[in-house]
Design a protein. Structure first.
Length: 466
């Protein structure tokens, strides 16, 4: 049996887990969980609490180490956000959240200046105002940007803190809209057209690379750090036990819903651009053709509103309320830009409904069923777009992540899309992280074999369209 440590950082929480790989299955033990939230500073910048995140990761690694020396450790996280380092590899910038509002004018200015065709032809990435391209463009006058030696995305920023090694993993780099998806290298002509500092961009590494060892952290020193597919969705997709990739899609369901397929090649056609599909790189030289749909963020923000009003409601409680309000059929567009910013989600949803002559929800059950049914409708639109662009016909959807535990949403998705929905694994990201580490260590011979072990490691539910 080989033991691996997986660090998975999500947009509202983090987990540190041990994965024990045998010839029969992969057993996961989540050793440490922690929550974190975006914060706003005095200047109105929306930031991550980076000190909290890093300190909690170290706590988790220490807890794992108490159970024995691991073969290796690997980190995955959400995409697009970054930190800026000086010549001594010290963090000199705020670690801004992709929800920071300053990216919108930068996005509009740069897309207008360069045109969608030029940006998409090489990067193949969905146009979202928070992509790293627009974050860096918005930061061009910042003191930290002007003085920085390098920028690193979140997983490699943490790798650098642990090991001192400066390098960027390619699957996460592909989310920036600054990477050429065909050559798997930085799109330097685009970087120069955007007026960004070329020297900020580090060398790239692929999943499977050994980064280094932890140094300067006492008892943790010497743990080998390796690179998996460090974008959390890339790790999640690596953890899907596909039966037939040609007819199967996935929804990685959490704060965001990532709806897509796994492919051997990118598709950057005019049709793909018109559908605003993204081509992100995956483990084992694969490509994830997908689209970002605003996910359970909508419900989490409603929960936060109610919490501020003195009422604490869990997701299961709200889903129970939703099941009592199935007759409420108002729909919103989860991808409307107004829903991306934090705060006042109840009023944002009401405002959308009133502007579009839709009956607004009033009760907690109506808000919840509105959100869940709207997500299912958005999934249907996205699956249809992917089928049209790729020529594939989807017969099964794998729903991964925390959202896969919401049976009502799974059934609504099966009904809306008219196909079978299979759940899990809930911890697909951790499974995928561990699977690639096992591949690096030679414990499994291929990703396909690792996926077969994952299939034996959890219980899946199926939902058929009614």
């Amino acid at each position: 049996m080989a033991n691996f440590i997986a660090v998975d950082l999500g947009a509202t929480s983090g987990r540190v887990a041990i994965g024990r790989v045998t010839s029969e299955k992969i057993a996961l033990e989540i050793v440490h969980r922690f929550s974190h939230e975006i914060v706003e500073d005095a200047e109105g910048a929306v930031l991550w609490d980076w000190k909290l995140i890093t300190s909690q990761v170290l706590v988790g690694i220490e807890k794992c180490l108490a159970q024995g020396q691991p073969t290796s450790l690997a980190i995955d996280s959400w995409a697009v956000d970054y930190g800026l380092l000086d010549n001594d590899n010290k963090l000199i910038s705020k670690v801004r959240s992709y929800r920071d509002p300053r990216t919108l004018p930068a996005f509009e200015e740069l897309v207008s200046k360069l045109g969608q065709n030029r940006i998409y032809q090489d990067t193949g990435i969905q146009f979202l105002n928070f992509n790293t391209l627009y974050q860096l463009y918005a930061a061009k006058q910042d003191k930290s940007y002007l003085e920085a030696d390098k920028f690193l995305l979140i997983p490699d920023l943490l790798n650098a803190e642990l090991t001192g090694v400066i390098s960027t993993e390619v699957t996460n780099a592909s989310t920036t809209q600054l990477l050429d998806v065909k050559t798997r290298n930085w799109d330097y002509p685009l970087i120069e057209l955007a007026g960004l500092r070329r020297e900020l961009f580090t060398q790239l590494h692929e999943p499977g690379t050994e980064i280094g060892v932890i140094k300067g952290f006492g008892a943790l020193d010497g743990i080998k750090v390796v690179a998996i597919a460090s974008h959390d969705t890339a790790s999640a997709v690596a953890g899907i036990p596909f039966d037939d990739r040609d007819t199967e899609a996935y929804i990685s369901s959490g704060t965001w819903s990532l709806v897509g397929i796994e492919s051997e090649v990118p598709i950057t056609s005019k049709q793909a651009l018109a559908a605003n599909l993204t081509n992100e790189l995956g483990a084992a030289n694969t490509v994830r053709i997908l689209k970002n749909v605003t996910g359970l963020w909508l419900l989490e923000e409603c929960r936060r509103n109610w919490r501020l009003e003195g009422e604490e409601w869990s997701i299961p409680q709200l889903v129970d309320e939703a099941s009592k309000n199935l007759e409420f059929d108002s729909l919103i567009d989860p991808n409307d830009p107004r829903f991306r910013s934090p705060g006042e989600m109840l009023n944002r949803i009401k405002g959308y409904c009133l502007e579009n002559a839709i009956t607004p929800p009033r009760t907690k059950g109506e808000f919840t069923i509105c959100i869940l049914r709207s997500l299912a409708a958005a999934y249907k639109r996205t699956i249809s777009e992917i089928e049209e662009v790729t020529g594939k016909k989807i017969s099964t959807i794998h729903v991964l992540g925390g959202g896969s535990q919401i049976s009502l949403l799974n059934q609504l998705t099966a009904d809306a899309c008219g196909v079978k929905v299979k759940t899990g694994p809930v911890e697909a990201t951790l499974f995928g992280n561990i699977a690639v580490q096992a591949l690096i260590a030679g414990v499994v011979p291929s990703l396909q074999v690792a996926r077969s072990l994952i299939a034996k490691s959890f219980i899946s539910e199926e939902f058929m369209p009614s």
